[in-house]
Design a protein around this ligand. Sequence first.
Ligand SMILES: Cc1ncc(C[n+]2csc(CCOP(=O)(O)OP(=O)(O)O)c2C)c(N)n1
Ligand code: SF4
Length: 337
Amino acid sequence: MSKVMEKTATEKTETVEAEHPAAPFLRMDRIPHIWCPTCGIGTVVRCFADALEHSKVDLNKIAIVSGIGCTGRVAGYMKLDAFHTTHGRPVPFATGLKLGRPELLVTVFSGDGDLVGIGGNHFIHAARRNIDMLVVLVNNFIYGMTGGQNAPTTPISARSSTMPFGNFERPFNLPHLAESCGASFVARWTSLHIRRLTKSFREAIARKGFRFIEVIAPCATLYARLNKLGTGFNLMKFYHDNAIIDHDADTRDVDIRFQDKIICGKFVDEERPTYSEMMHEHYTRILGDKFVGMPPEGGMIRDTEEKSPSKGKKATKERKSKTSKAKSAKSNETGGK
Ligand SMILES: Cc1ncc(C[n+]2csc(CCOP(=O)(O)OP(=O)(O)O)c2C)c(N)n1
Ligand code: SF4
């Protein structure tokens, strides 16, 4: 639709009203959103929308589940079957949904406090069972929505509203937590890595099992302000200068330290039987024909163009020692490319 605006009697300016490319994936009637200027959550949503668009996914077969928090609002803004659940409970909700409707691509989108603070127990058991779901965790190192309290991801010495003299609790190393619990796909990016994050979403959409993507994203209003780190733009510049892409990194070595290097990459991509597949195999072996299984998982969502990983790829991958990794880190790419 185009509109002609009158500037003066003689001079006319034409403005073109175009639809935002992500609009088909968003509930535009809910816009403007609640997120602060320069908050990183919107960028992650945009990357996810791009990935959906290019993955040829049947949108009727996707469900998105969020908990409570600024990131927890994502479910409310996406034009998909969406569930805004209680604090810390998107993963058990998604588990029930997946078991009841195995053909769906079930995606959880939430914050670090929601998923690994109050919801930590559910997170580790869903990963352990390799439940078929994609979990996207937006990590802003803090509880955003409730005023910047310390989170299980706050780096040591970083300030939060409940640790005004700096955090002294050891934070989770989330890729390592996910891998050691049994996740079959593990990646970390920052909200600056829009192309790589989008690619990771596309890959993860095509995989099965518990898939985990951590996205480091700015909370300028609380985390940056409490730590005197400047604006969201300054945090993006920090990611640009300090993100190191190292797909071969051992997840034991990817801890995040305050204002230090951020190791990003796809760390795990291994095909393993999902919870439902294991259950089906187990009961069929024991009960034979008496066992009435569920329909296969996935349905149309597996018909994507993304290549499948080789089985046990990670198991054969050589783990680098800390010293060789530190050397190669210098020559690795930095963020945003
Ligand atoms: C049972 C319960 N406890 C506490 C809260 C308050 N609460 C709402 S959101 C939130 C933290 C959210 O932090 P995070 O998941 O990191 O998301 P962010 O806002 O940073 O995106 C808390 C503690 C709640 N809603 N329900
Ligand atoms: S408080 Fe932080 S996380 Fe929440 S919307 Fe604002 S910038 Fe984003």
